[in-house]
Design a binder for this molecule. Structure first.
Ligand code: SF4
Length: 485
């Protein structure tokens, strides 16, 4: 696709990638229909929960060190607490000075939705400058600001000239997209158009890694290839971000998070994007190492690293495979991570009885086959007959999960793991996806699955004592997709 970073706003995933949040069928049907964007998403007549693009945007920009953020929104949209915990914990994990989220909410009121909220926005920018003396100020637009049509762009330009620092509007209004992941792209778009500078030189030993805020497990692995890692974006600085165009290549931990920025860096700044599966599971990590080694011209070293890493983890990996082979799992995670977990679980010989992904992008920002994680998963693991697309919706997932005799439920999101726990299924959540990356990560993933399975009586007891909040009618209704149009 063609990317335009000179316009204020990137299209949502719904428009760009044909995102859907409802589907049930097989993985191969989903892949086949997606080729021509023919998956019909008619929505649901009842929705129990969702999330907001602003939340995904916050997960990136609140954690940029030294920057301030204005939430141009009613106070209810502004929720920095979880991000404050993340910035402190992640800073500690990466041996950085603990930092604070620096945020001000412009506090749009009912009156402002009639007369406009730009004076409050100006005041919030001045207050952010006074209070934090930041290196840049991001302005997140909210539903209220977007609906009344506040001209954030003009205020940002005016204040940028007055204060002499980058002021970056980010259009992440929740109502615009069915999938909260559109917020990632909105954040990256703002950074690409206002912060990243064209490269004056190229550093052939640096790899951009687009990831979340977890521990840095990439640097030790890439150091074995004599490469340095630019962990992006959380915990980076504005100065660091301005130079990401100088890296040898960019890679991402999942296409939901990183496809837009990696594609834009390639197309607009000439930084090659790694055309490889992300480093999750033995085969995909090998591929990833080979792709990086090729792009940075160190293929021989790449092969040596692969061989020594295989030898190093061989014993424990085999032991885990013996214990996990034949166990029955269900995967319930984001679009790419549902495919990643399926691939990893398959490597342990685990039977995948079903997969639910929280949304599905029918197309991708890149046309490279290697970056189509659904098709890559099917190629490695075979078809998954029971594939669901469902944006969380515990009421629905409870009914699906109850149909199976599961040994384990593997999840990724904070509110999702508990769905299995409440009905007595051994469940775990991959809180930090960096912890299951690469060779050690695969072993760690296997250990976590085993721990959950070995604690099955604990989960069984919870299931026996928990009362679900659903009516008898719903629990006995044979059709979990009753509310899907
Ligand atoms: S969906 Fe809209 S109103 Fe709700 S938190 Fe997000 S920006 Fe605010």
């Amino acid at each position: 696709m063609s990317i335009n970073i000179s316009i204020p706003e990137v299209q949502t995933r719904d428009q760009r990638l044909g995102t859907v949040i409802t589907f049930h069928g097989s993985a191969s049907q989903l892949a086949e229909l997606s080729k021509e964007r023919k998956v019909k998403d008619l929505g649901r007549s009842f929705s129990q929960c969702s999330d907001c693009s602003q939340r995904c945007c916050e997960g990136e920009i609140y954690l940029i060190r030294g920057a301030a953020v204005i939430s141009h929104s009613p106070i209810g949209c502004c929720s920095p607490e979880g991000h404050q915990i993340n910035i402190v914990n992640s800073s500690k994990m990466r041996h950085l000075e603990p930092a604070d989220v620096q945020v001000i909410c412009s506090n749009i009121s009912v009156k402002d939705t009639v007369y406009g909220g730009l004076e409050k926005l100006r005041a919030a920018i001045d207050e952010a400058k006074r209070r934090f003396n930041p290196t840049a100020i991001f302005i997140m637009s909210s539903c209220a600001a977007g609906i009344v049509g506040d001209d954030i762009e003009s205020v940002a330009d005016e204040k940028e000239d007055e204060l002499g620092l980058p002021i970056i509007p980010i259009y992440c209004e929740g109502f615009k997209s069915k999938t909260w992941s559109s917020g990632f792209d909105a954040a990256f778009h703002g950074i690409l158009r206002k912060i990243v500078k064209p490269a004056e030189k190229r550093d052939e030993n640096v790899v951009n890694v687009i990831n979340f805020h977890g521990r840095d497990t990439f640097s030790p692995l890439l150091a074995k290839l004599n490469l340095r890692t630019n962990m992006l974006l959380p915990l980076s600085t504005i100065e660091q971000l301005s130079h990401i165009s100088e890296a040898a290549c960019s890679t991402q931990i999942c296409e939901t998070l990183g496809s837009y920025i990696c594609e834009a860096l390639e197309e607009k700044f000439g930084v090659p994007q790694l055309k490889s599966n992300p480093p999750y599971g033995l085969a995909w990590t090998d591929e990833w190492i080979r792709a990086i080694a090729k792009i940075t011209k160190r293929e021989e070293l790449g092969e040596q690293v692969i061989q020594s890493e295989h030898e190093r983890i061989f014993g424990e990996l085999e032991e885990l495979k013996q214990k996990l082979s034949g166990k029955k799992a269900y995967i319930y995670a984001g679009d790419s991570f549902s495919h990643i977990f399926t691939n990893m679980a398959h490597e342990f010989g685990i039977q995948i009885l079903g997969v639910a992904s929280l949304h599905h992008d029918q197309t991708r920002d890149s046309s490279a086959d290697e970056l189509n994680s659904l098709e890559q998963m099917i190629e490695r693991t075979g078809d998954v007959p029971n594939m669901t697309v469902c944006n969380k919706q515990p009421y629905l997932m409870v009914k699906i999960l109850k149909k199976y005799d599961l040994d384990v439920l593997i999840t990724r999101h904070i509110s999702v793991g508990v769905v299995g726990t409440k009905i007595g299924i051994p469940s775990f959540r991959v809180t930090d996806p960096n912890s299951i990356m690469g060779y050690d990560g695969l072993v760690n993933f296997g250990r976590r699955i085993l721990e959950a399975i070995e604690a099955k009586n604990f989960y069984k007891t919870i299931g026996e004592h928990n009362v679900l909040p659903y009516s008898k009618w719903w629990l006995e209704n044979p059709n979990p997709y009753y509310f899907d149009n």
